[in-house]
Design a protein around this ligand. Structure first.
Ligand code: PBG
Length: 322
């Protein structure tokens, strides 16, 4: 008989043979920053997550840094939207101001910016529209303007999420030309056209006003296509490769981990957060255990970095144990 239960008998031996461990070091916490003043609005479908104006952000940042969470990723909610999302490259825009504010007051917090247009365009799509679809190459030029503006404001890393072809190459080139050759790019390399983004689009006010994102985000049926996407982004100069969403795509995270020697990130998205919160509010699941088990599954699948709205809750548990 093979007695595999021998190595499960006590917490001592379970600790010794444990293969994967979550750490606060893995977490990136998303922040929604709204232009204006006195904004501190809880997002209805994402309990515990708020939209803040800059004047209300201090306590949140203090909590994040006290919990030892190393990084945040910023999403902007501007007052002014237009056809092309020109606020994204305004040096006085909400994200640029947020970067400056955070780097001034919390210099050690690592600031990543989401690089996209959907929160900034009046149609809610991730680029310039022509004939009812996003035009790729015109969007690349605007992406270049956006990243340079983020870099000048002091961003530590940029994370393009628009799934445009050639976006990593275009961004790398623009950053290098401006002297930001040391600024890393985390690519949303494998991003699916997912229904799990629903709560985020409410939070960021970024739902497309017509059509959907299926001409640029990936078909959830496809696995090999994800590897092709990641290979291209790696060749174009991405430093970190991301899979999004996470929970329904753990197979894709593992595929990518087996193929690349770059760090792998995953995005535990808004709908995944909302499901756990909703079931827990009904008393149907144990929220803390389900949260930790899901985050652990991402790590086991091969994610080195985890972007998650659970970062603070999970950090509280992990810090307690250490
Ligand atoms: C695009 C972007 C989206 C998310 C992150 N960046 C939305 C989308 O593609 O529609 C979703 C994140 C989440 O659901 O938590 N700027």
């Amino acid at each position: 008989m093979h007695r595999t239960r021998r190595l499960r008998k006590t917490e001592g031996i379970r600790r010794l043979v444990r293969e994967n461990r979550l750490s606060v070091d893995n977490f990136i916490y998303p922040l929604f920053i709204e232009e204006g003043e006195n904004v501190c609005t809880e997002i209805v479908s994402m309990p515990g997550v708020f939209r803040y104006s800059l004047d209300q952000l201090h306590n949140e940042l203090e909590e994040i840094t006290n919990l030892n969470i190393p990084a945040v990723i910023l999403f902007g909610i501007p007052t002014h939207k237009d056809e092309v999302g020109s606020e994204t490259w305004n040096d006085q825009g909400i994200i640029q101001k947020a970067i400056q504010y955070i780097k001034k007051n919390f210099p050690d917090l690592y600031v990543i910016t989401d690089v996209c247009f959907c929160e900034y365009t009046n149609h809610g799509h991730c680029g310039v529209i022509e004939d009812g679809d996003v035009v790729n190459d015109a969007t690349l030029i605007n992406l270049q303007k956006q990243v340079v503006s983020h870099a000048k404001a002091g961003a530590d890393m940029v994370a393009p999420s628009g799934m445009m072809d050639g976006m990593i190459q275009a961004i790398r080139k623009a950053l290098d030309q401006e002297g930001f050759y040391n600024l890393p790019i985390m690519s949303y390399a494998i991003k699916y056209a997912s229904a799990f983004y629903g709560p985020f689009r409410d939070a960021a006010d970024s739902a497309p006003s017509f059509g959907d994102r299926r001409t640029y985000q990936m078909d959830p049926s496809n696995r090999l296509e994800g590897l092709r996407e990641a290979e291209i982004d790696e060749a174009e100069g991405a430093d970190i490769l991301m899979v999004k969403p996470a929970l329904s795509y753990l197979d894709v995270i593992r595929d990518l981990k087996n193929e690349t020697d770059k760090p792998v990130a995953c995005y535990n998205v808004s709908g995944e957060y909302a499901m756990v919160k909703a079931a827990a509010a009904k008393g149907w699941i144990d929220e803390k255990r389900v949260m930790m088990e899901s985050l652990l599954s991402m790590k086991r699948a091969g994610a080195d970095l985890i972007i998650t709205y659970f970062a603070k809750d999970a950090a509280k548990l992990l810090n307690k144990k250490e």
